[in-house]
Design a binder for this molecule. Structure first.
Ligand SMILES: [Cu+2]
Length: 173
């Protein structure tokens, strides 16, 4: 039992650091690890807006020179096919609501990777909000299994994986 508990601490805890920034609370920041030649990687988090004003996540940048750029993406069904596209105008974070970036739904997409992301590493990302401004958040790199376990543990997984999930995750991130 002791051993299992220690393992959970190592794999799950890094994702539990909540960051408060103005009226925003950012939790469960995570990047998915990648095989050696993968050109893209998915990034996830939960953003709660505790304030009275709507906000928008407009851009994200990562402190890693082997990443070309970070885009804001969504996945949705179009004519029965799961499609991924850039979110026009940023990701809305309405007043009083919580937005979930999770496998199969909204996500950050690291583009143009020239090196892989390895579980156990962590990278700083600067998230820019229209109202709240910049916030720097550390994103630990986890395996997909660890990401799922973390979301399950937090009880937020269904929000990002409404209706699809397994297939979407494999094509998307
Ligand atoms: Cu994407």
């Amino acid at each position: 039992m002791t051993r299992i508990f220690a393992l959970l601490l190592v794999t799950v805890c890094p994702a539990y650091a909540d960051i408060a920034h103005g009226d925003l609370q950012i939790s469960l920041p995570m990047l998915r690890d990648t095989p050696p030649t993968a050109p893209v990687a998915g990034g996830f988090m939960t953003i709660a807006n505790m304030g009275d004003a709507d906000d928008v996540l407009t851009t994200a940048t990562i402190d890693a020179d082997f990443v070309g750029e970070v885009q804001l993406h969504k996945m949705e069904m179009e004519d029965g096919v799961m499609k991924m596209s850039e979110v026009e105008g940023g990701i809305a974070v309405p007043a009083g609501e919580t937005v979930y970036l999770q496998p199969g739904g909204l996500h950050l997409m690291l583009m143009g990777l020239s090196e892989p992301l390895t579980a156990g590493e962590a990278y700083e990302m600067t998230l820019t909000f229209a109202e709240a401004g910049d916030v720097v958040v550390e994103f630990p790199v986890l395996t997909l299994g660890e990401i799922r376990a973390t979301l399950e543990e937090a009880g937020t997984m269904d929000h990002g994986m409404k209706g699809h999930g397994e297939d979407a995750t494999q094509t998307g991130n």
